[in-house]
Design a protein around this ligand. Structure first.
Ligand code: NAD
Length: 298
C-alpha cells in the first residue's frame, strides 16, 4: 500500500532513492541540511518537511541516508528524531556506518518505543537512480518484512542478514573482500607487466582460472580487457576511492574492536586511505593500481 515516508539525507544516494519512492506512489516528506538538495528533491515530488523532526512526525517509516554513524546517532538522539515520531514507527537506516553505531541506533530506537532496521546498500549512485540497489538488512523479521516492499522499490535485491547491525557487518565484510581483491589483481597485473606478460594474456588466463573475481572481470584495473571498466576512462568512478577508504576504515575498526587479526584488510585500509587522500580523491578505487606502479624500483 501507499505509505508516508520521512526521508532524511537527500544527497547523492538519498536524492534518487527518495525520487523512486515518490514515483512508486508513496508520500515522501524529505529533509536535508543543504537547501539546494532539498529544492532538487522537491522537483522530483518530495515534500519539503522543513525539519527532520517534521519529516518524522507523521511518517509510518523514517529512512535515513547520511554520511556516518555520528550523523545517524546525532539525529536519532540529540536532534530529537526518535522523540518526534509516533510510537512504533519503523526507522530504516540505509547509511554505511560502524557496526557498533548501528547497534547503538537500534537500542536508542527501541528504547524510544520505535522499531529499527539497518539496511546499507551497494550499487552506488547508478543503482540508486535506476532502483537496482542491493540492501543488506539487520533487525527483526517483522521489521524486515515491513521494509521489504519499500526496499523493492529502491533496489533489486534485499537480504535479511540477521539481528541489529548484521546488515552493516555484511556490507563491510563484502567490501573488505573487494578492497583486498582489487589490490591483489592490481599487484598481479603490475608483476605481469614487469615479466613481459601482456594484460590481455593475464586476463584471458585468470578470468577463466582460479584468479577469477569481480575486481578482475567487471572492474579490471588496467585498460583493455574489460572495455566498461573505469581504467578505460582515466579511472573516472565508478566506486570512488574515498568511499572504499571509508568502508575499509569501518572494517578495520570492527576488526580491531573484535580482536580479529585481519592483516590484509588492515593493510588495504591504509593503502586506500593514502590513495584517497592523494591522487585518488576523485578516482575510481581501481586506480590504486597506479600507485603500485609508482612504487616500483627503477
Ligand atoms: P552525501 O554526502 O551525498 O549525502 C548525505 C547527505 O546527508 C548530505 O546531503 C548531507 O547534507 C545530509 N545530512 C548530513 N547530516 C544531516 C542532518 N543532521 N540532517 C539532515 N541531513 C543531513 O552521501 P551519499 O553519497 O549519498 O552517501 C550516503 C551514505 O551511503 C554514506 O553512508 C555512504 O557511505 C553510503 N553509500 C554511498 C555510496 C555512493 O556511491 N555514494 C554507495 C553505497 C553506500
Amino acid at each position: 500500500g501507499t505509505r508516508t515516508i520521512g526521508f532524511i539525507g537527500l544527497g547523492h544516494m538519498g536524492g534518487p532513492m527518495a525520487a523512486n519512492l515518490v514515483e512508486d506512489g508513496h508520500r515522501v516528506l524529505g529533509y536535508d541540511l543543504m537547501p539546494e538538495l532539498l529544492a532538487q528533491a522537491v522537483e522530483s515530488g518530495v515534500e519539503d518537511a522543513g525539519s527532520s523532526a517534521h519529516a518524522a512526525a507523521t511518517a509510518d517509516v523514517v529512512i535515513t541516508m547520511l554520511p556516518a554513524g555520528r550523523h545517524v546517532l546525532g539525529l536519532y538522539r540529540d536532534e530529537g528524531l526518535l522523540a518526534a515520531a509516533r510510537p512504533g514507527t519503523l526507522f530504516i537506516d540505509c547509511s554505511t556506518i560502524d557496526v557498533a553505531d548501528a547497534r547503538a541506533a537500534h537500542e536508542a530506537a527501541t528504547a524510544a518505543g520505535m522499531r529499527a532496521l539497518d539496511a546499507p546498500v551497494s550499487g552506488g549512485v547508478v543503482g540508486a537512480e535506476a532502483g537496482t540497489l542491493t540492501f543488506m538488512a539487520g533487525g527483526g523479521g517483522a521489521e524486515f518484512a515491513e521494509a521489504e516492499p519499500l526496499l523493492a522499490v529502491m533496489g533489486k535485491k534485499a537480504v535479511h542478514c540477521g539481528g541489529p547491525g548484521a546488515g552493516q557487518a555484511a556490507k563491510i565484510c563484502n567490501n573488505m573482500i573487494l578492497g583486498i581483491s582489487m589490490i591483489a589483481v592490481s599487484e598481479a597485473f603490475v608483476l605481469g607487466e614487469s615479466l613481459g606478460l601482456s594484460a590481455q594474456s593475464l586476463f584471458d588466463v585468470a578470468s577463466t582460472a582460479s584468479g577469477q573475481c569481480w575486481a578482475l572481470t567487471a572492474n579490471c584495473p588496467v585498460p583493455g580487457p574489460v572495455p566498461t571498466s573505469p581504467a578505460n576512462r582515466d579511472y573516472r568512478p565508478g566506486f570512488a576511492a574515498p568511499l572504499m577508504a571509508k568502508d575499509l576504515a569501518l572494517a578495520a575498526s570492527a576488526a580491531r574492536a573484535g580482536g580479529v587479526p585481519a592483516e590484509l584488510g588492515l593493510r588495504a585500509a591504509e593503502l586506500y586511505a593514502e590513495y584517497a587522500e592523494g591522487g585518488g580523491a576523485d578516482q575510481d578505487f581501481s586506480g590504486i593500481v597506479t600507485t603500485l606502479r609508482r612504487g616500483m624500483a627503477d
